[in-house]
Design a protein around this ligand. Structure first.
Ligand SMILES: Cc1ncc(COP(=O)(O)O)c(C=O)c1O
Length: 428
């Protein structure tokens, strides 16, 4: 009897794969990994434990885990040009929690971006930083430039003396002022943490700022947004004392099982970025700028027109005059264009369900081979659907057609269908 439900679940998953195979996935925090990554995610590593450090585990059976995790460490250091890496956090949020817990104690302060200004919840009182009982301050924000207002924030930091100066964001159009924040950190004995989750693939491809070189003490990250790995987190530093502390907070502090299959698969993504990262990251930024410009020229209120719209994978549009982020994101979804609604700095928090913005990321479309021409076509879809009022079904049909030419993962060692459902053979 229950096997029917098993079949149903598999079919739901297959439908999901088909939907993505016929859509334009433009959620800025997602990506699609190569078949090489997915093969390892499906491996026996997913069943195992490897508590402890490489070569010194609490469990037997780890000799191959040790081997591959040594490679992960070496490749991470090489790609990010740093001396120490903690690869075991199972997510970006856990990476942040481990980093914060290693440098701050209850009632110490943290300054970060508020969620409205683009900060991630884990930087705030409602999530990871909150459960540590820190005091919260938020950067002053320049809404025109969609970036931290350096002078006003420095004044606030001098006054409030936080222990952690937390850079990085979920809405992240332009590089953050790392150098300036490091200078003030030296003055007040603070630690600069840079959450690279959104831009790790761009950093790997050397097309965004280099936070460690610019002065961040610690870089935390997830490795599945612009960086096209399996889901998981990382912490990087050049400071051995800090490394020892966040290593301990990671294990035994926050993980027992570090999802070995994801970490082994991370090795492949690191290699893909070493080999193809620069080309991939360059194309992402070209695509984002092209799409932003086209949409702007069609009359959309794309933010930061005076500053080139973006230097990352993201673009942000204020759609309040078109009915708000909720209505527009749902309408786009019915045409197989997947974006998310997003709070903007001027939004009232009461409107969290229908904020003014939508956030768009082009990293996944880039990963499946799209370039400037496709960005121009996609901009026409937005215009025809949201400005001219053409039907959702007509645009959906055209989206499906466009996607017929973009079925494969690029920037990898092999060419495999991006949204294939890898079905195991089963015997009833
Ligand atoms: C800036 C930032 N940090 C951390 C995270 C959390 O990462 P994870 O989902 O891996 O916990 C996100 C997620 O979108 C993010 O945008």
């Amino acid at each position: 009897m229950y096997f029917e439900i098993v079949k149903k679940i598999r079919n739901i998953l297959k439908e999901h794969h088909k939907f993505y195979d016929e859509s334009l996935p433009m959620i800025a925090s997602e990506n699609v990994s190569s078949a090489l990554v997915r093969e390892i995610v499906a491996s026996d590593f997913q069943h195992r434990y490897a508590e402890g450090d490489i070569g010194n585990r609490f469990y037997q059976g780890c000799k191959y885990v040790d081997e591959v995790e040594s490679i992960v460490v070496d490749l991470s250091k090489k790609l990010f040009n740093c001396s120490f890496v903690e690869y075991r956090p199972i997510s970006g949020t856990i990476a942040n929690l481990a980093a914060y817990a290693s440098i701050a104690k209850r009632n110490d302060g943290i300054i970060s971006l508020s969620v409205k200004d683009g900060g991630h919840i884990s930087h705030t009182e409602i999530s990871a930083a909150g459960i540590l009982g820190l005091r919260f301050y938020y950067f002053e924000f320049d809404q025109n430039r969609m970036n931290i207002d350096v002078d006003k924030s420095i004044k606030k930091i001098r006054r409030t003396k936080p222990r952690i100066i937390n850079l990085g964001a979920s809405l992240f159009l332009f590089p953050h002022p790392v150098k300036e924040m490091r200078e003030i950190a030296e003055e007040i004995d603070a630690i600069v943490v840079y959450d690279a989750s959104h831009v790790l693939g761009l950093i790997a491809g050397k097309q965004f700022q280099d936070p460690i070189r610019e002065g961040a003490h610690i870089v935390t990250s997830s490795h599945h947004k612009t960086f096209p790995g399996p889901q998981g987190g990382l912490i990087l530093t050049n400071d051995e004392e800090l490394y020892k502390k966040f290593k301990n907070k990671t294990f035994p502090g926050l993980v027992s099982n570090h999802h070995l299959h994801h970490k082994a698969a991370l090795a492949i993504a690191l290699l893909e970025m070493l080999e193809f990262g620069e080309k991939y990251a360059k194309q992402i930024i070209i695509n984002a700028k092209t799409l932003a410009e086209e949409l702007y020229n069609y009359g959309f209120n794309v933010l930061c027109a005076d500053y080139g719209f973006t230097e990352s994978h993201q673009i942000v549009i204020d759609v309040s005059k078109l009915g708000g982020g909720d209505k527009i994101a749902k309408k786009l979804e019915r045409a197989n264009i997947i974006v998310n609604k997003n709070l903007l700095p001027w939004d009232d928090l009461k409107n969290v369900q229908n904020p003014s913005g939508i956030r768009i990321g082009v990293q996944e479309l880039t990963r499946i081979g799209m370039k400037e021409n496709e960005m121009k076509i996609i901009a026409t879809f937005f215009k025809r659907l949201l400005i001219d009022g053409e039907s959702e079904s007509k645009i959906r049909e055209e989206v499906i057609n466009l996607r017929k030419n973009f079925k494969y993962i690029e920037y990898s060692f092999v060419k495999n269908p991006a949204y294939k459902y890898y079905e195991f053979e089963v015997i009833e």
